[in-house]
Write a protein that binds this ligand. Structure first.
Ligand code: AKG
Ligand code: FE2
Length: 286
């Protein structure tokens, strides 16, 4: 690594979690090469292709800022647990993802769950997404700045080539340490996270980033954004209303927990997301 200004550090997916987290603590993000195999990527893409094709680009929201954030020629596909076997049986249970989340969230927060898993396909002509930090979804943490807890980690997994021209995610390394999180920096400070299919940009919720402009005539840049919160925060997707109890019963325990089918035990709390003050999974018979 010569300079943080010119590239994001890249590591193989065999790298120990502690080493990956040390890079994220220093730079705000890292590219994990080969988080998914090419074969997993092609099976996943084949499963979701019809759903992506059926989606209209753009936002369903009327607010103009939200529309710009979602992208005029961008498609976002959610509810992946129901839409993809590869997501439900393989991606959501990746050991490295759980090791990284365990290490980053358990000591500080006691628990974590999934906030969203969404396919983001940026089409030709889409402008660059506004720069942001993912923690802005939970606004009080903006005011806490770099001293606040880590409240969201995001794995942006490339499902096509990510090039500067087709909209590779842009990042400002070091922006997770800026003293004022109202400051989102400027496009000139960003660098593109170029990736091969299966590579993942793993970033802190404190790091400024945004989808890049797609200046190609005919390329579609596809990723899945797979992101987590401590269990004391409400996630983006209301998974217990989407997944049936029977599907949940077929999943590993740690997957049940991150989908909200188990109670959450944040540090200092006797338990949240319970039934009759008792474990949700018992009530559900899981
Ligand atoms: O699509 C991308 O590259 C980034 C998307 C993103 O940061 C978001 O939607 O929060
Ligand atoms: Fe983001």
């Amino acid at each position: 690594m010569t300079s943080l200004d010119t590239a994001i550090q890249r590591v193989p997916s065999t790298t120990p979690a502690a080493d990956i987290l040390a890079i994220v603590a220093r730079d705000g993000g890292v590219v994990i090469e080969g988080l998914l195999s090419p074969e997993q990527v092609s099976r996943f893409n084949a499963e979701i292709d019809p759903s992506v094709a059926a989606l209209a680009p753009g936002s369903t929201h009327e607010n103009e800022i939200v529309q710009e954030f979602h992208g005029v020629n961008t498609k976002r596909l959610t509810n992946l647990v129901n839409r993809s076997d590869v997501f439900r049986d393989e991606i959501i249970d990746l050991d490295l993802v759980h090791e990284l989340c365990d290490a980053r969230f358990l000591e500080e927060s006691g628990t974590y769950w999934m906030t969203t898993a969404q396919v983001i396909e940026i089409g030709p002509g889409n402008r660059a997404q506004m720069l942001h930090r993912d923690l802005e979804n939970w606004y009080p943490f903006v005011g806490m700045g770099p001293a606040g807890p880590e409240i969201t980690l995001n794995f942006l997994i490339a499902l096509t080539d990510f090039t500067e021209e087709n909209g590779a995610t842009r990042v400002i390394p070091g922006s997770h340490l800026w003293s004022d999180f109202e400051d989102r920096g400027s496009p000139e400070q960003t660098i593109p996270a170029t990736m091969k299919p299966g590579d993942a940009l793993f970033i802190s919720g404190k790091t400024v980033h945004g989808g890049g402009a797609n200046v190609t005539a005919d390329q579609y840049r596809r990723a899945v954004s797979f992101a987590f919160n401590p269990g004391y925060l409400v996630g983006e997707e209301a998974y217990p209303f989407l997944v049936s109890r029977d599907v949940a019963a077929s999943l590993p325990e740690r997957v049940q927990r991150i989908l909200g089918f188990r109670s959450q035990y944040p540090l200092g709390s006797p338990g949240l997301w319970q039934v009759d003050y008792a474990e949700l999974a018992d009530y559900l018979g899981l």
